[in-house]
Design a protein around this ligand. Structure first.
Ligand code: PGA
Length: 249
């Protein structure tokens, strides 16, 4: 039985007051039967650690450095995130891949670096619109997953989460249909099962890409969709909690 996880990816939105209030409202309304996580911008981690300690809501970060420490101006190490109470860290979000040039190899290194710091990586995978139209969805998602499987090994997924986020659905209002999402989630699980059936059965695979309160139920009803990675709708406490409520059922 996989406990669903709903994680909010705030991206570079909001200000400190909003972060405080949003986290407090989400913590106060968190339903049972689902795990919640919030991934705010780095500077708000300290304050949110205080807000969320003792609540059912975990803290996560949106990125981490490839290296453990050193002369890397502007970077933040996984160990630092762990010090601020982070349990999760997003790795390989499509915005990191497309806007900041993170290759499969970089993502694989970050995945391992996260685990070395005691964090649970949320490995983001997904194809672009052009790739989907060219019939390359499985080959792209498979390649992104294999890069991590080859370096970290399948056993590493005992302490990891996967998020399938079709790039064309992120922030666009276009959602993959439940059938489209389920097909890719099943593909991901089969890919894991080729190496370890137990890991495949236990690993949570979240869906992300324009998830809202009104489309969450049909997506989360699919057998291989174990929760959501929520961008825009995580900036509104009522919307985010409505999605968490659906996931808890
Ligand atoms: P969205 O973002 O829900 O706004 O589409 C999802 C994400 O990028 O994680």
């Amino acid at each position: 039985m996989r406990t669903p996880l709903v994680a909010g990816n705030w991206k570079m939105h909001g200000r400190l007051d909003m972060a405080r209030e949003l986290a407090a409202r989400i913590a106060a309304g968190a339903p049972h039967g689902v795990e919640l996580a919030l991934c705010p911008p780095y500077p708000y981690l300290g304050v949110l650690q205080q807000t969320l300690t003792g609540t059912p809501v975990a803290l996560g970060a949106q990125n981490l450095a490839e290296q453990a420490e050193g002369a890397f101006t502007g970077e933040v190490a996984g160990e630092m995130l762990a010090e601020f109470g982070c349990r999760y860290v997003l790795v390989g979000h499509s915005e990191r891949r497309s806007l900041y040039g993170e290759t499969d190899a970089v993502v694989a290194t970050k995945f391992q670096r996260a685990q070395a710091a005691g964090l649970v990586p949320v490995l983001c995978l997904g194809e672009s619109q052009a790739e989907r139209e060219a019939g390359q969805t499985d080959s792209v998602v498979g390649r992104q997953l294999d890069a991590v499987l080859e370096t970290a090994g399948v056993a590493a997924f005992h302490q990891a989460v996967i998020a399938y986020e079709p790039v064309w659905a992120i922030g666009t209002g276009l959602t993959a249909s439940p059938e489209q999402a389920q097909a890719v989630h099943a593909f991901i699980r089969q890919r894991l099962a080729r190496q370890d059936a137990g890991v495949a059965a236990a690993t949570r695979v979240l869906y992300g890409g324009s998830v809202k309160a009104d489309n969450a139920a049909s997506l989360l009803a699919e057998p291989d969709i174990d929760g959501g990675l929520i961008g825009g709708a995580s900036l509104d406490a009522d919307s985010f909690l409505a999605i968490c409520q659906v996931a808890s059922l």
